[in-house]
Design a protein around this ligand. Structure first.
Ligand SMILES: *Cc1c(COP(=O)(O)O)cnc(C)c1O
Length: 305
């Protein structure tokens, strides 16, 4: 038994018609805590528990923290999540629903993370949101499930924040012998840390983040994510916040699932036939996200340019 579930893989009629080709959806928005994060985080938490960890610590007020909180509750291990003051009331509530201890500290993620590090005792495990081989191994299960279902896509579309999902999906493609299946890696223009690293040829730190897709907000990607782009065919794509938000609204109408703008970024590419080259069978990782509300998405759309 794993903590994550095997999610549905469906052929989307609305997206296929919009994109003029077959669009397949891996619906990780349906993971119990609302995002793909549970795959890697659940695996990491199980390994740390087996090694004797008695307490999990996270500094993510987003889906990674939620996944740690869920995993800890299921494994009977207490969880502390340190979040900055900017974390929304909704995100705090979701963490409390999973019985995590929420500590609010500092005005930025850096400050919250610094405090979180001091709380990690010798018998505790700190669970990173994207930069850990245990996470990538867990995320790779998404590709195993697609292979088990008998579908070999000719491209995979996914969103990139710190690059944990990208690293895991590339690991999954390679362990299934799919070295020839390219990844279309999507970021919003205000959170394009992978794009910047690929252009520079080395990892770079963005000066600032400026996107409503907060779950993509890593100023610097994991070194492994950049290494993936050098070892596997990965194409970087950028979409606007507006396109990501419109994709969220459209996907809600088409599939009755509400996702965060972070996921809307990948969906925006999938809805746009001009961005998909000549690929005929495209797999889209519907990574999900639990922190968005419809009201918030509509309010952002009012302001987006
Ligand atoms: C974390 C997250 C991402 C980005 O994943 P990385 O591993 O940081 O690249 C994308 N979408 C959602 C909903 C997320 O929670």
């Amino acid at each position: 038994m794993t903590l994550h579930i095997h999610t549905p893989l469906i052929e989307s009629r609305p997206l296929s018609l919009a994109a003029g080709r077959n669009i397949w959806l891996k619906l990780d928005a349906l993971q119990p805590c609302g995002s793909f994060k549970l795959r890697g985080v659940g695996h990491a938490c199980e390994v740390h528990k087996a090694r004797g960890a008695q307490h999990f610590v996270s500094s993510s007020g987003g889906n990674a923290g939620l996944a740690v909180a869920y995993a800890g509750r299921k494994l009977g291990v207490p969880v502390t999540v340190v979040v900055p003051e900017t974390t929304t009331e909704r995100a705090r509530q979701l963490l409390c629903l999973e019985d995590a201890k929420v500590v609010v500290h500092g005005s930025s993620w850096q400050e919250a993370n610094t405090l979180a590090q001091t709380l990690v005792g010798p018998n505790d495990a700190f669970i990173h949101p994207f930069d850990d081989p245990l996470l990538w191994a867990g995320h790779a299960s998404l590709v195993d499930e697609v292979a088990e279902a008998g579908l070999k896509p000719d491209a995979v579309v996914l969103s990139v924040g710190g690059g944990g999902l990208l690293s895991g999906v590339v690991e999954g493609l390679r362990r299934n012998g799919w070295d020839d299946v390219p990844v279309l890696a999507v970021e919003t223009t205000g959170a394009a840390s992978l794009h910047a690293a690929m252009q520079a040829g080395h990892s770079v730190e963005l000066e600032r983040l400026a996107s409503v897709a907060t779950s993509l907000g890593a100023k610097r990607v994991a070194d492994q994510a950049l290494a993936c782009t050098q070892q596997h065919p990965v194409r970087s794509h950028l979409v606007s916040d507006r396109a990501a938000l419109e994709a969220c609204e459209r996907f809600l109408l088409d599939h009755r699932v509400l996702v965060e703008p972070a996921c809307g970024a990948a969906l925006a590419l999938a809805y746009d036939p001009s961005r998909l080259g000549s690929f005929q069978n495209v797999l889209v990782v519907v990574c999900g996200g639990a922190t968005a509300t419809l009201e918030q998405i509509q309010a952002w759309l009012q302001q987006a340019d």
